[in-house]
Write a protein that binds this ligand. Structure first.
Ligand code: AMP
Ligand code: MN
Ligand code: MN
Ligand code: MN
Length: 281
């Protein structure tokens, strides 16, 4: 009998960063939706990893330790995913704690700007988010702005209040790409560039980025991401081939109320690409 092909969702969020479900609930949803390999990849924290591991054992899924780390390259924010690494690595833990501190300062500043420039109760919103979240993100602020009736949905909250050129926009200095990849590699991680189609680089800059990422020790890029269109999928597949990257798959699931990226839903990888999942232990 042929066994079913693996379904590796290597990009998932829980309430330890800007998702809404607990790690156990995320993994339970993965199991129900036919996911066979799951990596909880919360932003800049390892807090949910042990709970995800236990839930995977209970549900019969292969667990992959994961994290999505924020970093900077050429003035833009990039997201790099580390997989299958040592959860107890002290230097990685310090690196992530430093990012969380920068995030907290940024959320307070965004709140202050929204108050000063747009007469919104930004300071109170920021204080509420900081009290409840160890990884405070702009997604939390976007949700609060929607709840307060100041935006019609998350996308509108970013477009109206948070994006560059908007009253709440506050630049943040992330650690560099090179340092980020080094911290992850030192912890034994396989390193993946998340959603390369979302960055606003020229084709040339994106090629340069991939070259530097590879030289630093990156081994894969996300290719089959939820919500990607056929032309972007094609573009990422070509980049993976040209640069010799393995191809990663993931939903970037945050919230069951968002219909388009439940766990396990993403495009099929072109057959000639090597799925990163095939390299996992
Ligand atoms: P932060 O890392 O604090 O900048 O928050 C960014 C998070 O908000 C990302 O991880 C996404 O989940 C989400 N996000 C960013 N930009 C948008 C957008 N334009 N529309 C909806 N969600 C977004
Ligand atoms: Mn997010
Ligand atoms: Mn991301
Ligand atoms: Mn993500």
């Amino acid at each position: 009998m042929m066994s079913a092909p693996p379904v590796a969702d290597l990009h998932l969020h829980s309430h330890h960063s800007d998702g809404v479900l607990s790690p156990a609930a995320v993994i339970e949803l993965c199991a129900r939706r036919g996911v066979t390999h799951a990596a909880l990849t919360d932003h800049d924290t390892l807090q949910g990893c042990l709970e995800a591991r236990a839930a995977c054992a209970e549900q019969g899924l292969k667990h992959v330790a994961g994290v999505e780390v924020s970093c900077g390259w050429n003035g833009q924010t990039l997201h790099v995913i580390g997989l299958e690494f040592a959860l107890k690595d002290a230097a990685l833990a310090r690196h992530l704690a430093d990012i969380r501190a920068r995030r907290a300062a940024r959320i307070a500043e965004i709140g202050a700007r929204l108050e000063r420039k747009a007469q919104l109760p930004g300071k109170a919103l920021a204080a509420k988010i900081l009290a409840r979240n160890a990884v405070p993100t702009r997604m939390h602020l976007a949700r609060e702005l929607v709840a307060a009736g100041e935006a019609k949905d998350i996308g509108d909250a970013f477009a109206t209040w948070l994006k560059r050129g908007r009253p709440g926009h506050t630049p943040i200095e992330w650690p560099s790409l090179a340092e980020t990849v080094a911290r992850l590699r030192d912890a034994g991680a396989r390193v993946v560039l998340a959603h390369p189609h979302r960055y606003e680089f020229s084709a040339g800059a994106l090629r340069r980025l991939l070259g530097e990422f590879r030289a630093a020790g990156g081994e894969a890029i996300e290719v089959a991401v939820a919500g990607i269109g056929p032309s972007d999928l094609d573009r990422l597949a070509t980049l993976a081939r040209n640069h010799g990257f393995a191809a990663s798959t993931g939903s970037d699931f945050h919230d069951p109320a968002v219909p388009w990226n439940p766990p396990g839903r993403f495009a099929k990888l072109p057959a000639d690409l090597e799925p990163l999942a095939a390299r996992l232990a």
